[in-house]
Design a protein around this ligand. Structure first.
Ligand code: GDP
Length: 444
């Protein structure tokens, strides 16, 4: 992913400088130059890059730095703050409220990822307890309604659309009215992204906006659009005056800097980023977290948010840990929870220090390993599952039976048992200390 490369380059530039023996102005200028080159190569608008260079130079004024101050810390902070500024327009996006009907309208060019992202966003709100529905107001593209229907059905989200009505304004109005009456709290309207004439597309957007009075209009922007992002986002802004941006396909091979520049050009906040084709591949965007992750510093707040949103069932495990035990069944539940969280590499990006290590590891390999561990557990009897593993030490033939039954090896069964032993040891230490764990939120 090119954004990751950008992060690595910036990180390397800062680290090289702060580690070098001669931390002087010349070396400092070299670092800024390298950062700027990396940003320009990632398609960030050249004017923005020039602004960033000047700001960093102003903040870290070498001539005025008192001797003995911690230059390293000042430089790191200046770079971090300027990168945050690049993606933070200081404009708060609309926050949907519970208990009322919040209408959200999507705009953007065809292929940007609107229909996919509509469902992702609907699922995101649904997982947070909102009553959510989708409306397909794209009557231009044959198959658009079918696509939305399929996605919505998969995510178990109610939807509205028409195969016969050709006027998107009517479909949008009818859908929104219906879901408002039914007290839906999040109503997302997908619109068309293409017309025979560009002006027709813009006219249609305005008419739909008038018909459904959205509380928020979101523009969906493909991260691979490059330098064209600025002109496109300005054109949409003038017509549809959107209040938020979602950047899609940040998992792709294209440089994402163009889309980032759209934020500055239109003073509009990014609210989410799309990180893959799967329904769960949507991350809430926060400038500090984004830069933190970009620079390999992790995003603990994002991780806690993500884990909470999955509403994982931890009750039994937490009860066991409070009692100082941790059974093999607990271990299997935790493996299953990890599988639900999404690709391992994405999780690793959120955990400080881990992304570097995971950079080498293949997602498929990691998931396969977890799956094999789950197969092993599934081949155990209830008595074995609810044990602390000692039963296998006392009767090693059980290991052979389980390995055979799960299509794995005795070596892997042993691996699982030693993992369980480590967790069991930790549980003993945690006995009675639940408040501490709950403070972190991950476990509540
Ligand atoms: P629309 O024409 O704007 O409604 O775009 P679609 O929702 O049909 O998406 C176009 C293509 O982009 C589809 O193949 C999607 O699966 C894909 N897509 C959308 N978002 C993402 C993303 O975040 N990552 C990746 N890799 N693909 C995406």
């Amino acid at each position: 992913m090119v954004l990751q490369d950008l992060g690595r380059r910036i990180n390397a530039a800062v680290n090289d400088l702060t580690r070098s023996a001669t931390l002087d102005e010349k070396a400092f200028d070299g670092m800024i130059k390298e950062i700027c080159n990396a940003l320009v190569e990632a398609d960030v608008n050249i004017k923005l890059v020039a602004g960033l260079r000047n700001s960093i130079k102003k903040t870290v004024n070498f001539k005025e730095l008192a001797p003995g101050v911690n230059k390293k810390r000042i430089i790191q902070k200046a770079v971090f703050d300027e990168l945050v500024k690049l993606v933070d327009p200081h404009n708060t996006p609309y926050q949907p409220k519970k208990g009322k009907s919040n209408v959200i309208m999507f705009v953007g060019l065809q292929g940007a990822g609107k229909t996919t992202t509509c469902t992702k966003l609907a699922r995101w709100y649904q997982a947070r307890g909102f009553k959510t529905a989708l409306v397909c107001a794209d009557t231009f593209r044959a198959g658009a309604f079918d696509q939305l229907k399929q996605n919505a059905t998969k995510a178990k989200i109610p939807y509205y659309g028409s195969l016969t009505q050709t006027d998107p304004v009517i479909v949008a109005r009818e859908g929104v009215d219906k879901f408002k009456k039914e007290k839906f709290e999040i109503i997302i309207v997908d619109t068309s992204g293409r017309h025979r004439q560009e002006q027709d597309l813009f006219d249609e957007m305005v008419q739909i906006q008038k018909a459904v009075s959205p509380h928020q209009t979101i523009m969906v922007l493909d991260s691979s659009i490059g330098q064209a992002a600025e002109a496109q986002s300005r054109a949409f802004k003038e017509t549809a005056d959107y209040g938020a941006i979602i950047i899609t396909k940040t998992d792709g091979a294209a440089a994402g800097g163009g889309a980032i520049s759209a934020v500055a050009a239109t003073h509009t906040p990014i609210v989410f980023i799309g990180t893959g084709e799967h329904l769960l591949d949507l991350e809430k965007f926060n400038p500090e977290s984004f830069v933190s992750k970009l620079l390999g510093m992790g995003d603990m707040a994002g991780l806690v948010e993500h884990v909470q949103s999955l509403k994982l069932d931890q009750k039994d495990t937490m009860k066991h840990i409070a009692e100082g035990q941790f059974t093999i069944r607990d271990l299997r539940d935790q493996f299953n929870n990890i599988m639900k969280m999404g690709p391992l590499s994405k999780m690793a990006g959120m955990i400080p220090g881990l992304s570097g290590m995971m950079g080498q590891m293949d997602d498929d390999e990691g998931s396969m390993k977890l799956k094999r561990m789950i197969y092993i557990c599934d081949s155990m009897t209830a008595k074995e599952l609810d044990s602390d593993g000692k039963i296998f030490v006392d009767q090693p033939s059980r290991m052979t039976r389980v390995a055979k039954g799960s299509g794995t090896s005795v070596r892997e069964v042993e691996e699982l048992l030693s993992q369980q032993k480590v967790m069991g040891g930790m549980a003993k230490k945690f006995k009675g200390g639940m408040q501490n764990m709950q403070k972190w939120g991950v476990w509540t």
